[in-house]
Design a protein around this ligand. Structure first.
Ligand code: CMX
Ligand code: CO
Length: 142
């Protein structure tokens, strides 16, 4: 089902400060910046590598307010790894396959994610404490 690790999502208080850190420490490059009101985040994708199954990224996440998913996470746990995003070929089909296996779907239908992706989250309590995101990247134009 999983093609690759699409991204690791990292919660932070100050997006610009964390971008500067990842750029200067690891030489990563920002390929996208977005505000996603539905997800309650201001975020940046930094490109890590190209693999056979597609690209992988670090996603830096700053909450738009304390009541959002990332805002609550920061208040409870502080900065750090917030979720893992796995690349899948088809999010709707992956959700159908996972449903019925005892894993709560936070999203029963795909939502809009970074860079035109279709995404859906699985509940961390049913995935060993790891908030899990399914990511279907838009088809590449060649
Ligand atoms: N990783 C692991 N556990 C988490 C977690 C995370 N990121 N976020 C919350 N939890 C745990 C909490 O620690 C808590 O556990 P305890 O009861 O043992 O303390 C439990 O889940 C409930 O947490 P909560 O603070 O009460 O928060 P909610 O239940 O309101 O929401 C969740 C939790 C996962 C349902 C919510 O954060 C969610 O819907 N997330 C998906 C959307 C999202 O994260 N969007 C931002 C990223 C967008 C993107 O990647 O593009
Ligand atoms: Co993500």
């Amino acid at each position: 089902m999983f093609l690759r690790i699409d991204h690791v999502g990292i919660a932070c208080h100050d997006l610009e400060e964390k971008i500067a850190f990842y750029e200067s420490t690891f030489g990563l490059t920002v390929v996208s910046r977005e505000v996603n009101e539905e997800q309650g985040v201001k975020e940046a994708m930094l490109h890590v590598a190209e693999g056979e199954g597609g690209a992988s990224y670090v996603q830096l996440l700053e909450p738009l307010s304390p009541e959002t998913a990332v805002g609550k996470f920061l208040a409870k746990r502080g900065e750090g790894v917030h979720h893992i995003g796995y690349g899948v070929a088809d999010v709707t089909r992956a959700l159908q396959e996972i449903a019925g296996k005892g894993v709560r779907l936070i999203d029963s239908r795909p939502r809009h994610g970074s860079m035109g992706a279709a995404i859906a989250f699985l509940h961390p309590k049913d995935v060993g404490g790891a908030l899990t995101e399914l990511v279907e990247a838009p088809r590449r134009s060649s």
